[in-house]
Design a protein around this ligand. Structure first.
Ligand SMILES: Cc1cc2nc3c(=O)[nH]c(=O)nc-3n(C[C@H](O)[C@H](O)[C@H](O)COP(=O)(O)OP(=O)(O)OC[C@H]3O[C@@H](n4cnc5c(N)ncnc54)[C@H](O)[C@@H]3O)c2cc1C
Length: 374
């Protein structure tokens, strides 16, 4: 079968990879370069973690995700992941660690509970309150996002998969399975997969009310020399308090990075990617209370990126999968879809070629705890 894929982020490229493995024809279109540095999938790292408080469906799906990444590493001939472990801090005024532990118990996945001294020994750079404890979970840590999408694009080119750069899709006829391009071209397939990240409301305006493009930021830091080795050897972090930062360790040539889930606001994914004056410093001020000697850190760079979240009435983080005619839309990527890139690609490839019933795919993608990957 021939499947047209609109959007060459991690989801589009992984879907093309999975279709190619199954012997189907994939044709990919992106409005920008492939990979596109403006896509949500292009940054040094994205975190993969089993911390899903109150959400056993997605926690189990992360395990399926790891299996799919292994299949991808085998095809790429490179493992773009370091199992640094992920440490959630408890006793910080939030429920993340204890609620995540409940879910790990539910799905029967092992973890370590660290007391304050053990957290201090592992992470000597953190300023810890007396109440602190840690939930250390493996596997987990940084997926090297830009290397993954670059590796995927190279792999697909080597397999003669058509990657059409700088070719913006402007209209879709879902019943005919046809796309129309800004340059006047057209293409069609047995199925069309639409995975355009934060641009969904622009391509398909009827989604614009329910799915919001959100502006986010991440910040790269240079730690003080005395903590550099500990940061390199340390885990990825969720600092546990309400609205607290997450951090990714500077491993394998990448930088020390942090971000803040609540630092987001609706925006235009085509707008400038320049951080606002003082924005990085403002973000760092939220991290500083968690660090020893915060004054010795240097902010190297802030990066602006966009993803999509649901607005009311769908004010949740579950992925949206909808089918109309020959067309499948996958969206609400929000701040947690990258980790599922390979497994979502595999399942989308099955759904698009009707080897998997669409309703079963949609339930699984929405994190239904009863659903498993095909
Ligand atoms: C700051 C930040 C931190 C995050 N942290 C994590 C994390 O730690 N863990 C995690 O799992 N996830 C994380 N995410 C989420 C994750 O990065 C995204 O969910 C994921 O990358 C989305 O992939 P995608 O392929 O759907 O979209 P994108 O990567 O955005 O790709 C969409 C592509 O579609 C193309 N496109 C758009 N419109 C058109 C059109 N009309 N015609 C042709 N092409 C078009 C775009 O050019 C783009 O290349 C984070 C996201 C951000 C922004």
């Amino acid at each position: 079968m021939k499947v047209v894929i609109v959007g060459a982020g991690v989801i589009g490229l992984s879907t093309a990879w999975a279709l190619n493995r199954l012997g189907h024809e994939a044709v990919v279109y992106d409005q920008g370069m492939i990979p596109n540095p403006r896509s949500a999938s292009f940054d040094q790292h994205r975190m993969i973690r089993l911390l899903y408080p109150g959400n056993p469906g997605y926690a189990r799906m992360v395990l399926e995700g790891f299996e799919a990444w292994e299949r991808l590493w085998a095809d790429l001939g490179a493992r773009h992941f370091v199992d640094s472990g992920v440490l959630a801090l408890g006793g910080m005024g939030g429920e993340l660690a204890s609620d995540s532990r409940d879910v790990l118990n539910q799905i029967g996945h092992p973890y370590e509970t660290l007391d304050r001294q053990e957290v201090e020994a592992l992470c000597p750079y953190l300023a810890l309150p007396e109440t602190a404890w840690g939930l250390l979970v493996r596997p987990g840590g940084p997926l090297f996002a830009d290397r993954i999408v670059t590796g995927l694009a190279n792999h697909l080119e080597g397999r003669s998969v058509a990657l059409n750069e700088e070719r913006k899709v402007v209209a879709i006829d879902p019943m005919a399975g046809e796309i129309q391009l800004e340059d006047g071209g057209r293409d069609s397939g047995d199925a069309v997969v639409i995975c355009v990240g934060a641009w969904i409301g622009k391509l398909l305006p009827h989604y614009a009310g329910g799915l919001i493009a959100q502006r986010q930021a991440v910040c790269y830091l240079e730690p003080p020399a005395r903590f550099a080795a500990a940061w390199r050897a340390g885990p990825a972090h969720d600092l546990g308090a309400q609205g607290a930062p997450y951090l990714l360790p500077p491993v394998d040539g990448t930088g020390l990075k942090f971000g803040l889930g609540p630092h987001l606001r609706p925006g235009d994914a085509d707008a400038t990617r320049e951080p606002e004056p003082g924005e990085a410093e403002g973000l760092f001020a939220k991290l500083a209370p968690f660090l020893k000697a915060p004054e010795d850190y240097r902010i190297k760079e802030a990066r602006i990126c966009f993803y999509t979240t649901a607005s009311t009435p769908r004010s949740d983080d579950s992925f949206l999968a909808e089918r109309q005619g020959r067309c499948i839309v996958i969206s609400n990527c929000s701040g947690h879809m990258f980790k599922f890139g390979a497994v979502l690609g595999e399942q989308l490839a099955l759904a698009a070629t009707e080897a998997l019933e669409f309703s079963a795919f949609a339930r699984w993608a929405a994190g239904d705890p009863q659903a498993t990957a095909a």
